[in-house]
Design a protein around this ligand. Structure first.
Ligand code: GLA
Length: 463
């Protein structure tokens, strides 16, 4: 599906030019060999780093036989055909609209909960898998624990017809029928697009078709849109992001259907300051999460300064859950789930809920933990105490209780002792509930001490 344009020039014994797909525009800076057998290597700067691709190829008649050379050697054999000069160039730029505040859609009064295809399935998601996931959301108890949205991420998109209407590709034969199926399970369904001409994976974006796509989504019965900057990088400056996101915010409202609006632009240009003004219900606060302790702890423990920006209807999104994807221990997944709940983060599971261990199901559906995440007051926790790799975060809840999370970021187990006053609790609590052990604990004075496993957490609800 991904169309790559190579614009190659032979200059003496060098090959120069560009390689482009979607938001990727690489400039060739190294080459060896000639038309019979060449290797080109090209680079592009993105998000403060350099990405690089290498191709090996040879010219056979008018065709170019090619393979991309990855870390594991050459990829599949491909053939590039000559196209008319200009094909593959970026579409003309559409000026972003003047800014105005978009009306609040009234949705997501607590952080959205659901599932998304990307973390586990990436481009392997299809209609049958989404149906299977919807079934499993019900049978596993995920739906009843609050996970409502079943969200299809990138790679569902097909082509536009002569009227410009977007159609799904062959992996999704009938989007309306799929939405009906998901709805019949008591669930809601989400979809994905980009304000650019292409998505991150090189599929059709909503560029120049915002209102039309919003109407199409509404007609299919879509309840949630994740809108990913991706291909817009090539056409717009960071300073134009707000106006570009506002366009889809307006379009979703105009569609007449309740559609949660999820902004995905990796936390650039202080999105938490303008996300609500474009009609956003949630916004990513950083780059993509990975299924590793390093990624989860780096993202999760750095959200402190954003606490003032989250509130009912408008949430900081540190990215989707990796719980159950296999790269971490159950202890680490418990920390991931606890931290996201303390942060009032959207809880969008990203694992294969059709096959999860009882331990993973128990982590994702722990209702006492979910109740912290979903607390009506919508306050994001703050770090209130830190000593080396030990941290306490606390969060005031709507009923006057306080959620207290005692984290041990070190790899070895630790006994952590703290004073309630340090956790923002002025008096010795009358009731302490351990939300992972589902047990009430004794309070015996102004200090408290807990055993916390390495990379683990003790999560308390204190009265
Ligand atoms: C970006 C997003 C991810 C995912 C992919 C899909 O990287 O941040 O969450 O949606 O695009 O291409």
């Amino acid at each position: 599906m991904r169309r790559t344009y190579l614009h190659l020039k032979q200059q003496g014994d060098r090959i120069t030019g560009t390689i482009r797909w979607t938001l990727h525009l690489y400039s060739i800076d190294k080459s060896t060999g000639g038309p019979d057998n060449f290797t080109v290597s090209a680079a592009m700067p993105i998000l403060g780093t350099e990405r690089r691709v290498t191709y090996r190829g040879r010219l056979v008649g008018a065709d170019l036989q090619l393979a991309e050379i990855g870390a594991d050697g050459p990829g599949p054999a491909m053939v590039a055909h000559r196209v008319p000069e200009g094909e593959g160039a970026l579409p003309p730029r559409i000026e972003p609209p003047p800014l105005h505040p978009v009306r609040d859609n009234g949705l997501a009064r607590t952080p959205p909960m659901g599932w998304n295809s990307w973390n586990k399935f990436a481009n392997r998601i299809d209609d049958a898998t989404v149906r299977g996931i919807a079934d499993a959301m019900v049978s596993s108890g995920m739906r009843d624990a609050g996970y409502l949205y079943v969200n299809i991420d990138d790679t569902w998109e097909g082509e536009r017809d002569a009227q410009g209407n977007i159609h799904p590709n062959q992996k999704f034969p009938d989007m309306k029928a799929l939405a009906d199926y998901v709805h019949s399970k008591g669930l809601k369904i989400g979809i994905y697009s980009s304000p650019g001409p292409d998505t991150c994976e090189g599929y059709e974006g909503s560029y120049g078709h915002e209102e039309q796509d919003a109407r199409t989504y509404a007609a299919w019965g879509i309840d949630y849109l994740k809108y990913d900057w991706c291909g817009a990088f090539t056409l717009y400056k960071d300073s134009e992001m707000q106006a570009v996101y506002q366009k889809m915010g307006d379009a979703l409202l105009a569609s007449g259907r309740d559609i949660v609006y999820s902004l995905c632009q990796y936390g650039l240009v202080d999105v938490w300051k303008w996300g609500p003004a474009v009609g956003g219900n949630l916004w990513r606060t950083g780059t993509d999460i990975r299924d590793s302790w390093d990624s989860v702890s780096r993202i999760g423990f750095s959200q402190d300064r954003l606490a003032p920006y989250t509130r009912p209807g408008h949430w900081n999104d540190p990215d989707m859950l990796e719980v159950g994807n296999g790269g971490m221990t159950d202890t680490e997944y418990r920390t991931h789930m606890s931290l996201w709940s303390m942060l009032a983060a959207p809880l969008i599971a990203g694992n294969d809920v059709r096959n999860m261990s009882p331990a993973i199901r128990e982590i994702l559906t722990n209702r006492e933990v979910i109740a912290i995440d979903q607390d009506k007051a919508g306050h994001q926790a703050k770090r209130v105490w830190q000593s080396g790799q030990q941290e306490i975060w606390s969060r005031a809840l709507a009923d006057g209780d306080t959620a207290v999370a005692v984290f041990n970021r070190a790899p070895q187990d630790a006994r952590i002792m703290f004073r309630w006053a340090d956790a923002g609790i002025p008096k010795t609590p009358s009731c302490i509930r351990d939300l992972w052990r589902h047990a009430d604990q004794e309070a015996s004075g102004p200090e408290y001490s807990v055993e916390v496993p390495g990379h683990g957490v003790v999560l308390l609800r204190v009265h």
